[in-house]
Design a protein around this ligand. Sequence first.
Ligand code: HEM
Length: 398
Amino acid sequence: MSPHLTVPSRPARRVPGHETRLYLAAHPLVYPLMRLLARLGPVVRVPGIGVVVNDAATARAVLMDERFRKDGPGSPGDLWTPVLGPSVLLNMEGDAHTALRRKLAPLFAPAQVASLVAEVLEVPLRDLSARLAGGETVDLVDEMRLMAGAVICRLIGMGEVSPDDARSLFADGERIVSMVSLRSRGLSERQIAAARQVLDRIGDIAEAAYERGEETTVMGRMRSLGLSAAEARGAAGAFFLTGTETVATFVPRLIALLHDTGTRLDGPGDLDRAIEEAMRVTTPTPVMLRSVAVPARVGRVPVRPGDRVLIVTHNCARAYGPFDLATRHPPELRRIWFGAGPHFCVGYPLALAEIRAVAAVVLSHDVRVVRRRAARGVLIPTYAHLWITAGPERTGTG
Ligand code: HEM
């Protein structure tokens, strides 16, 4: 990484409207409603939607409290169990969940993910850097799909991953994730069948790698860690659904935010701060769901078994203002965009390793955004294209 990361220095502006435009393009009706709810207080009961949480401290309290579960009515389990199976972390609770997390955590140890990322991204990052150095205009969205797709392909046990494999796998994942809307309570029979078809393919790749049992692959290590073939299949599906689009959509948004605010970074420490701050503003996972298991209170609002709690992470995080590297992240906010408590993102070290690796290479050039387009019909707000180039600014950019 270059010791001195720079983006063109401009006077810091505090109103980058592009992020809002991404949210509006993805969710033209729901996003204005979601932001309106933020003004109604920390916790609001909304008929037909559930109990909505807009405040980081309350959100953290819910995430840390076992009365709010991921496996009851209205929980993520409702959405994903029919396609992923019953035991894939994100729809589990209690001892079985803890035991599976304990088995999977070593796979995401920082040293493991660093070597996975370095190996898989070495060639794509060298190419990207050369294209930027050569003055090409590059679509960072497409590049990120390729890279995040390649990392997940390798994680689930594919050997050599071609760019076409990576892109096609990314498109499959995006199609499944986009079946969910912010109002979804479940998938239709047709959606379940379509999602299963893709996930069966992922499961077959994963299971073959598991059977080969090579210690150098994640699937092989799952076997030696004592996971069953079914657990390994399920984990591969869960990683595929949660770990591709989240990372791929984030990096272009990070680079755009730095460009739009004229933020200058002075080294790796600053890059980490910029990543955290851009996570806060973008919240790639804008909401988290829980199902109420026993009578309780969320903030001051009483809740009953079967109630759905919708944590609007985006509102919780945006309450601390627009993108600004100087924004302090108080303890209640700390990385809430990756969750908190027993379900805290198990892939966090991998996400960070990928994001750091790509952002460091991109920002080692004097990059600027030359054109962009917001994506429509997606769950995670993102750019459909973000064209960047390195070098001195010409007129008519932005
Ligand atoms: C920018 C990238 C990412 C973001 C923002 C993100 C965000 C999150 C959040 C908010 C949760 C908790 C959801 C809840 O409690 O309801 C979560 C859980 C999870 N994430 Fe990530 N994630 C990212 C990348 C990844 C990657 C790269 C992987 C793996 C390859 C991954 C795998 C998972 C899994 C398996 C869970 C479920 C954990 C459990 O329930 O115990 N995520 N993620």
